[in-house]
Ligand binder design. Structure first.
Ligand SMILES: NC(=O)c1ccc[n+]([C@@H]2O[C@H](COP(=O)([O-])OP(=O)(O)OC[C@H]3O[C@@H](n4cnc5c(N)ncnc54)[C@H](OP(=O)(O)O)[C@@H]3O)[C@@H](O)[C@H]2O)c1
Length: 273
């Protein structure tokens, strides 16, 4: 007997055609695994082929993982991923997860201009370009009676900026603003837009920072494993949530800032340099 769900499910992974960028590690890896176990096909995108193969083999249904190897900022990667999705259900797409992301740590004044450009390209312009190409396919799913979703993996640092992460905060604030406009624009098309904002996550994120001294870490109150973040993201997608902010520390940062930005400015200010 099927147990009734404790919430109203808007989106179902069963037989869904999905694309997840940044699927080779961390949150994207776990989310892909969960989607496949619940019956979805996932076009899994990342640069490391070996990791994508390991991902497929970590599922009970490797044939449902369609690996596309490439950089998300390259148009050719996007085209291959869209073509792979098109081949599954005649051009219909039920979910796009813009998850691939990179960080950088260190003062803005000491960084090269390329650091800002690279972080913005991966974290902001890539999701924009992937979404633009996905839209007709998502519309088709809506016209066929589905409830397609765009899920953008943001960050609590897209709600409250902190020092020494100017590039990352800029990219996640841009993603947040664009996400909110898009959500309002796409209501009439029947396409949901979900922003998931994790706080510090114990992934490989801090091992691949752009132009940053090795060993840099993020100061944070507590951290979540990628599995927990992926579970929260999948639940938000299923429930058609517009936004979720994750972890107690993350919520504290965001809501304290909403209540009193000047207090947070004072607390976060760097002094005595
Ligand atoms: N970790 C945190 O503390 C944290 C906190 C808040 C938000 N987030 C956000 O969560 C998302 C996932 O991060 P994570 O924590 O899971 O980190 P992660 O383990 O480093 O995973 C990042 C993924 O993105 C892929 N990627 C990076 N640059 C890429 C590019 N140019 N082209 C294609 N794929 C690329 C990586 O694959 P390849 O290297 O194989 O290409 C990897 O699969 C990011 O958007 C990040 O900003 C993370």
């Amino acid at each position: 007997m099927n147990m009734p769900l404790p919430f109203q499910q808007v989106w179902s992974p069963e037989d869904a055609v999905t694309i997840v960028t940044g699927a080779s590690s961390g949150i994207g890896f776990e989310l892909t695994r969960m989607l496949v176990e619940e019956g979805a096909h996932v076009v899994a995108v990342a640069r490391r082929q070996q990791r994508l193969t390991e991902l497929a083999n970590a599922t009970s249904c490797p044939e449902r993982v369609h690996c596309i190897v490439g950089d998300v900022t390259d148009a050719s990667t996007r085209e291959k991923a869209m073509a792979a999705a098109d081949s599954l259900r005649d051009g219909r797409l039920d979910l796009l997860v813009n998850n691939a992301g990179v960080g950088a740590i260190g003062p803005f004044a000491e960084a090269s201009p390329e650091r800002m450009r690279r972080v913005m390209e991966v974290n902001f312009f890539a999701p924009v370009d992937w979404t633009r190409d996905a839209l007709p396919r998502l519309r088709q799913a809506a016209q066929e009676g589905g409830h397609p979703v765009i899920c953008n993996i943001g960050s609590v640092l897209g709600h409250r900026a902190v020092p020494d992460k100017s590039e990352y905060c800029a990219s996640k604030f841009a993603l947040h603003g664009w996400n909110d406009s898009l959500r309002a624009e796409l209501v009439g098309d029947g396409i949901g837009v979900t922003l998931v904002s994790p706080s510090t996550t114990r992934s490989e994120f801090f091992d691949s920072l752009v132009e940053t001294d090795p060993g840099q870490k993020s100061a944070s109150v507590g951290s979540w494993p990628p599995t927990r973040v992926a579970q929260a993201a999948l639940l938000a997608i299923k429930r058609g949530r517009s936004e979720v902010i994750l972890s107690l520390g993350g919520k504290a940062l965001v809501y304290a800032d909403r209540m009193s930005p000047p207090v947070m400015n004072g607390l976060l200010a760097k002094r005595g340099r």
